[in-house]
Design a protein around this ligand. Structure first.
Ligand SMILES: Cc1cc2nc3c(=O)[nH]c(=O)nc-3n(C[C@H](O)[C@H](O)[C@H](O)COP(=O)(O)OP(=O)(O)OC[C@H]3O[C@@H](n4cnc5c(N)ncnc54)[C@H](O)[C@@H]3O)c2cc1C
Length: 393
């Protein structure tokens, strides 16, 4: 017992909490330190895709997620701005499993938090300093407390404070786009396409809608170009008139939905180029801290969940006597190529959605072929692959 490793996760977002669930499911001691006074997320939706739902279900979260998710399936379409269909959106893996939910961020965060021992989550703990030696790590918090751990996982998001202890930190890159987003009660749009993801693609803009919270709410996101940088936040209040004006003249279905918007948030879109490394000694990056990406594949959270599973598999059964630094490097070697690919493809997909192609027929062909890449994304089984790495297969 005294030789068991202790992992400190800095950041209690979806990535940090999912890592904590994955680690504790494999009997690894874990504590989560979150800067906010309470765990929480504001109203907005995300997609959970088969590549991460498969992992979450294996962690025992199947029923809890089914109780709050909105299954998204057949009838999901890519459309031009006038509503004409370009192609279908893949909503299954290669086995035909429809492992795809629209989720309210708060719902998935609550599910994850409920599966971590309550005494393992420390809120109001903003990490302000990090040190390490050959034996362990030392973390200092703004509230004056300190702690030690064998490993620190920095899951502290795109503006990671801990990233600078791993790489020379550059600011995130602004994409020139902002996302307006919000939720509308499904009751207000009874004729809306049920249980589907709909994407409209116009010149330099795109709009999407999918259900969350058992289908009771519709999550919409409008992506528009901006001259001024927009802050990166889930809670900045957006201008709904600007949103409506941005999509005037589009498919009447979009116009109808926009008449129901009462308030919206906006979010500046940033990413980073792949980092040179994710690991320095006993400190490793995870989620947006490691691989901030544009949301045009909806994979940021999904990749963070995969990261946590990979770490948990590689650390399972290890003790303080094991070569922890080498195991973290194994994690980086396993995860870095996959997230590099997803980051790059997310940028490219944004070009497609925003019609930034001189030949739109080429764009349409690529959209029609998007299922090929999505299949690669969805079929990936990080647990199996990490086990093969761990067992030297
Ligand atoms: C419009 C939009 C739509 C998106 N849609 C999807 C989607 O459909 N599917 C998907 O998978 N992804 C989506 N994403 C991406 C996704 O939101 C992010 O990739 C994801 O939230 C990253 O999770 P994370 O846990 O790494 O970081 P975060 O969610 O940013 O969490 C970081 C946590 O660390 C805490 N923290 C920060 N600094 C400190 C500190 N010093 N000490 C302690 N705690 C600290 C923060 O308070 C926060 O709780 C979308 C993004 C955008 C902008």
């Amino acid at each position: 017992m005294g030789n068991d490793i202790h992992v400190a996760v800095v950041g209690g977002g979806i990535g940090g909490l999912a890592a904590a669930v994955a680690l504790s499911r494999r009997n690894i001691n874990v504590s989560v330190y979150e800067q906010a006074k309470t765990l929480g997320e504001v109203g907005a939706g995300i997609f959970i895709y088969p590549n991460s739902l498969r992992q979450l279900e294996r962690m025992g979260l199947k029923d809890a997620l089914a109780a709050v998710g909105a299954r998204v399936g057949d009838g999901s379409k890519y459309r031009r701005m006038d509503g004409s269909v370009v192609g279908s959106i893949l909503t299954t893996d290669s086995t035909g499993w429809n492992g795809m939910y629209g989720m309210h961020r708060a719902d998935i965060l609550n599910v994850l938090a409920a599966h971590i021992p309550a005494n393992a989550i420390y809120t109001d703990h903003r990490c302000v300093d990090f040190m390490q030696d050959d034996q362990c790590t030392h973390i200092t918090f703004e509230n004056g407390k300190t702690t030690q751990a064998d490993i620190v996982i920095a899951a502290d998001g795109i503006h990671s404070k801990l990233q600078k202890y791993v790489v020379d930190q550059l600011p995130p890159e602004y994409s020139g786009f902002r996302a307006y987003r919000g939720l509308i009660s499904r009751e207000k749009l009874p004729d809306w396409y049920p249980g589907t993801h709909q994407v409209w693609m116009g010149e330099n803009k795109h709009f999407m809608v999918f259900p969350v919270r058992r289908g009771e709410l519709l999550n919409y996101v409008g992506f528009v170009p901006t001259i001024n940088e927009t802050i990166e936040s889930w809670s900045a209040i957006g201008d709904k008139d600007e949103l409506t004006a941005s999509f005037s003249g589009w498919d009447p279905k979009v116009g109808e939905l926009l008449t129901k918007v009462e308030n919206c948030f906006w979010w500046g879109l940033y990413d980073r180029k792949p980092l040179n490394r994710w690991v320095n000694g006993r400190l490793t990056l995870l989620g947006d801290a490691a691989h901030a990406m544009l949301p045009h594949l909806g994979q940021g959270v999904n990749q963070a969940i995969e990261d946590g599973v990979a770490l948990a598999v590689l650390l399972e059964g290890k003790s303080k006597d094991d070569p922890i630094v080498d195991i973290l490097k194994q994690y980086e070697a396993l995860r870095h190529p996959r997230t590099d690919l997803v980051q790059a493809e997310a940028r490219q997909n944004g070009m497609r959605y925003d019609s930034r192609y001189t030949d739109l027929n080429q764009r349409d062909r690529e959209i029609a072929d998007a299922a090929v890449f999505r299949r690669v994304l969805y079929d990936y089984d990080v647990e199996r692959i990490a086990m093969e790495v761990r067992d030297g297969l």
